[in-house]
Design a protein around this ligand. Sequence first.
Ligand SMILES: [Zn+2]
Length: 379
Amino acid sequence: MQLPSFKEVYSGLISTSSISSSDPSWDEGNQLVIEKLATWLKDVGFEVEMVEAAAGKFNLIAKKGQGEGGLLLAGHSDTVPFDEGRWNFEPHALTEANNRFYGLGTADMKGFFAFIIEAVKKIDWSKQTKPVYILATCDEETSMLGAKHFTDNAPFKPDYCIIGEPTSLVPIRGHKGHVANAVRVTGKSGHSSDPALGVNAIEIMHEVLFALMQLRDRLIKEYHHPGFAIPSPTLNLGHIHGGDSANRICGCCELHYDVRPLPGISLDGLDNMLRGALKEVQAKWPNRIEVTPLHDAVPGFECEHSHPFVAGMEQLCQTPSQTVNYCTEAPFLSQLCPTLVLGPGSIEQAHQPDEFLAFEFIDPTINILSKAIHQYCFD
Ligand SMILES: [Zn+2]
């Protein structure tokens, strides 16, 4: 049987649109790209299962080999939407130019599956002792539904996991989490000449801001992780809008803020801290302060620096591991086993017009994947 070429697979992945977005006018299913992937993985000898995590949103789970443990190679099959008019190349086609592959998802990260297929094609499996698993998730760019669904229902427990997000082939052993909330203060508008006619939402927001800034200082004082360039959690006040004119008592004011917790701070724990910080001002102004999440929260993630998997992959990649500031599916998948984020292409190109993957990553990536499979699934 003629196995698909690296470029055929890469081009098939990029030309099969699988955008996920919280904006329904952009949001697509990923069934077509998962079906293509399933066909190629069967061609190279994997058993494949498609799991529908939500309507039209699929995870693909593939397995080669028997036994316990083994290595899981994971990634997401969706992409973000693209800025129409800002691309010089067709987003849904693989274009070769300037020693790069251009296209939506070339780096972040459908291309990773083309690298996996190319690596496994060349392997002599006769001495395999542990299974190799491949996971392609849905909806990473929005709710991380696919990774959560897989982790909650995982049919196996691998020894190790590599998530092929674009890290320029540097093993990433940790990242902070992300929580973003809106605080909406509802006052009562009235003529500015008599403050007794209303309840000023901006004045209440002033108390909310004070409480959040106290919490920010507390987070800095109480949490510290020397493995991060910014070694404490951050709390940023990012957007505020309230009122409409100087001669009206402000009836409504809304604030958006985000928190980036260090790994080890649970989302529940953080939520308790955030609630606790606003407790006093909420008691003072009952039913006037409402907090709602702006998106699904993602916890931080860390694979202990001292873990042998970190040293093993550092040696295999010939480069020290790092921590980063963007979020991935690692907080979920690492509930199953030690996990590193490691893949071709640069995060600088993710979510950008003219996203590309430089050719210089091709051979080293196939080499690293092949060596990792041998190291963790072969005698
Ligand atoms: Zn990604």
